[in-house]
Design a protein around this ligand. Structure first.
Ligand code: CTP
Ligand code: MG
Length: 229
């Protein structure tokens, strides 16, 4: 089933602390953002990629994309000051699709099998997100005092992609915008409209590159993949 994807890439990468957009850091001689985009460029079911960037990065991103095969699939738009605003800008540039995915530029290890499951579930149920069961014990803490041990069996760590019927996600973003609601993911905007959201079991490799040590994990994942090929 066909879909289009919005890739927010307009952040500043402050927690990575490299003084530039972390998506331009190289993993095995290729910028992170290209690892991410390549997955969707090579997926025949992906009919459009809306890449959300910041104006300061435009020249360098355009240069990177120049030689990509099938680059006609990519449309670039400018992002906002918050991730949610970036995705909203991306949504306004989406044309003619039943299913839209949102996938962080900072998650380069997403697998096609997860993408395709999400698309099918979103088609059937309206909304679906990738997540993995939490491995650690999680406690609620207030001022360095344990308040509560949260029952782990019901806790899932949520990732992107998140997939939706376009009409649902657009309405959810419009409403959040009107009500000044800022959520940390797309699903939370859709949940508050009362929709149920399906959970697809993702993959622990689908990490978000956030802080410097994530780069070690990233190198290890790439190494594992090259050994398994
Ligand atoms: N993002 C975006 N627009 C923003 C903020 C973030 O498009 N205003 C994108 C990032 O480029 C990234 C994804 O959203 O691909 C997830 O955000 P995060 O991991 O927080 O990246 P940054 O915001 O760049 O990092 P930091 O929060 O450490 O500054
Ligand atoms: Mg951020």
């Amino acid at each position: 089933m066909d879909y289009q994807v919005i890739i927010p890439a307009a952040g500043q990468g402050k927690r990575m602390g490299v003084g530039k957009n972390k998506l331009l850091l190289e993993l095995q001689e290729q910028p992170v953002i290209l690892h991410t985009i390549n997955v969707f460029l090579h997926d025949q079911n992906c009919k459009g990629i809306i890449l959300v960037i910041q104006p300061d990065d435009e020249r360098i991103f355009k240069e990177l994309l120049k030689t990509r095969p099938m680059k006609e699939k990519i449309k670039t738009v400018y992002g906002g000051t918050e991730r949610q605003f970036s995705v909203y800008n991306g949504l306004q540039a989406v044309e003619n699709t039943e299913i839209v995915l949102v996938h962080d530029g900072a998650r380069p290890f997403i697998k096609l099998s997860v993408i395709h499951q999400l698309v099918e579930k979103a088609h059937r149920h309206g909304a679906a997100i990738a997540a993995v069961p939490v491995k650690d014990t999680i406690k609620k803490v207030d001022q360095h005092q344990v308040m509560e041990t949260v029952e782990r069996s019901s806790l899932w760590q949520v990732q992107t992609p998140q997939a939706f019927r376009f009409s649902i996600l657009f309405r959810a973003h419009q409403q959040a915008h009107r009500e000044n609601f800022l959520g940390t993911d797309e699903s939370s905007l859709v949940e508050r409209l009362g929709y149920s959201v399906n959970v697809v079991t993702g993959d622990y490799d689908n990490i978000k590159l956030t802080t410097p040590e994530d780069l070690y994990f990233a190198e290890a994942i790439l190494k594992k993949r090259s050994v398994m090929k």
